[in-house]
Design a protein. Structure first.
Length: 233
């Protein structure tokens, strides 16, 4: 695969050496992350962010022949969630292929030449005849059975906000604002921080519901002149 600047990629940490972190890219390739690109500000413990074997989502800063420079801190929450979702779909599809056919890697490669893994899974559920284009007839029955039995798990999107009031009626105001959003669950984390989460069959739907709730809370906080902060970049 040919990489270019600003691509978002899944990586596996290989080693931490001096002022750099070395990683393997999921689509075949190697890269490095300088310490200044791990996180903003001072890093007290590098293993809070990276450790050998850990999967991380990075942004490509520079791609030259034989070397790729990456950033961990420049990846937005949305980009990170989308790549993780894509990676999970690919692993699920490959797992089903390995359990049912003789040449799973070969078929997986052919599918990816035409479809994104998520698109293939969604389209194949709506129109099972699509499967016949990629799976050998002798192995079609076994794969189709596994595919039909494999239920899609609900996707969970969770983000954190901080909301604070300094007025005597601040607690009441905060509670009223947090009761407004629909289709999300809100949990108190302590220190004026709250977790907002949503479940849906589709990641984008769950993510949209959380973002809409955050935007609503943000606007109402502004009206009440309350302090508001979100981890969404």
């Amino acid at each position: 695969m040919e990489f270019k600047e600003d691509d978002i990629v899944m990586c596996t940490v290989k080693k931490i050496e001096g002022a750099a972190v070395f990683v393997d890219l999921e689509e075949n390739g190697e890269g490095s992350i300088m310490m200044s690109e791990i996180a903003a500000g001072r890093i007290r413990n590098i293993r809070d962010y990276v450790s050998p074997g850990k999967k991380i989502v990075c942004k490509i800063l520079k791609a030259t022949k034989g070397h790729i420079e990456l950033s961990l801190r420049r990846v937005t929450a949305k980009e990170r969630d989308e790549i993780k979702e894509k990676y999970e779909k690919e692993r699920n599809l490959l797992s089903m292929l390995k359990a049912s056919i003789k040449k799973p890697e070969e078929v997986f490669k052919k599918i990816k030449e035409v479809y994104d893994a998520q698109e293939f899974l969604e389209d194949a559920r709506a129109n099972p005849s699509i499967i016949e284009k990629f799976i050998p007839k002798s192995e079609l029955a076994i794969f189709s059975k596994i595919f039909a039995e494999k239920k899609e798990k609900e996707k969970i999107v969770k983000k954190t906000i901080a909301i604070k009031s300094f007025s005597p009626s601040g607690v009441v105001e905060v509670k009223a604002i947090l009761q407004t959003p629909k289709n999300v669950e809100i949990s108190y984390l302590g220190s004026s921080k709250f977790s907002i989460s949503s479940k849906a069959k589709d990641f984008k739907q769950a993510n949209t519901q959380v973002l809409e709730a955050i935007e609503l809370i943000k606007n109402k906080s502004k009206e009440k002149k309350l302090f508001f902060e979100s981890d969404e970049k």
